[in-house]
Design a protein around this ligand. Structure first.
Ligand code: SAM
Length: 232
């Protein structure tokens, strides 16, 4: 069980990076069999996006907290033959695993279309109106919630008008949920969230039209998340 810390712990990003670096393989093994919901919501967003098949379309997709790149980043690469996919993660170990999972041959066209960016999603910058779709599954929940609000505002700016955002958030409000050990004895964890109502308010305030908003409980550990698809 997570406990609520009185204040936001220091060095969250460094500590989360160290934890996900240490637990990457174990996390991937634990989570991969439960990818159905991620793929279901990604499909909903892709249906809304309804990309034309022409190769010259060159859509740009961004995934925040891509983990090992399976199955979500892989699906983004397969979605359109000219899609440029930018996948970011704080954990350099996860970025290395994603590179191994997604690029079988560095000469391959996939390697030309995929950009893997290690580091904090809160530090990313993109030109305004440059992205067609932003995806974030189980990742924004690791940002302090004031950073979540700021990120939502930046994502709306990065998206082209009519672009989409698909993500999940903590369903319950909690500012500083901490666990000394999560899947392993080496993985200190931090989560934060505004809860269902305030997250949806923040999305609308950032300029999104929320198309899908549903609280669903994960079978693997019984934790509930708010799943959203939104349009800029
Ligand atoms: C629970 S995992 C989810 C991974 C993948 N999206 C999935 O659904 O399996 C959370 C991921 O977010 C990454 N992460 C945590 N904080 C981050 C941050 N500030 N910026 C970028 N990635 C972050 C972690 O390294 C980890 O890979």
């Amino acid at each position: 069980m997570a406990s609520e810390a009185a204040t936001t712990p220091e060095n969250i990003k460094e500590r989360l990076k160290a934890s996900y670096d240490a637990v990457a393989s174990k996390y991937n093994e634990w989570t991969l069999p439960h990818s159905k919901k991620r793929m279901e919501y990604l499909s909903k967003a892709l249906e809304y996006l309804n990309l034309p098949a022409e190769p010259e379309k060159n859509p740009a997709f961004l995934e925040l907290g891509c983990g090992c790149g399976l199955p979500v980043t892989q699906k983004l690469l397969e979605t359109h033959p000219s899609a440029r996919v930018i996948a970011n993660d704080l954990s350099t170990t996860q970025i290395s695993i994603a590179r191994e999972n997604l690029i079988t041959n560095p000469e391959d066209e996939v390697a030309q279309r995929l950009e893997l960016i290690p580091g904090d999603m809160s530090a990313l910058t993109f030109p305004n109106e440059s992205l067609d779709l932003v995806v974030a599954f189980y990742s924004i929940i690791h940002l302090p919630r004031t950073e979540q609000t700021a990120l939502l505002e930046r994502i709306t700016k990065w998206l082209k008008p009519g672009g989409y955002f698909v993500a999940n958030f903590s369903a319950k409000e909690s500012e500083n949920a901490v666990r000394e050990q999560w899947l392993d004895d080496k993985d200190w964890m931090f989560w934060s969230g505004w809860g269902q109502e305030k997250t949806l308010e923040a999305m609308k305030k950032a300029g999104f039209e929320v198309l899908v908003a549903k609280v669903e409980t994960d079978a693997v550990d019984g934790v509930s998340f708010l799943w959203t698809v939104a349009k800029r």
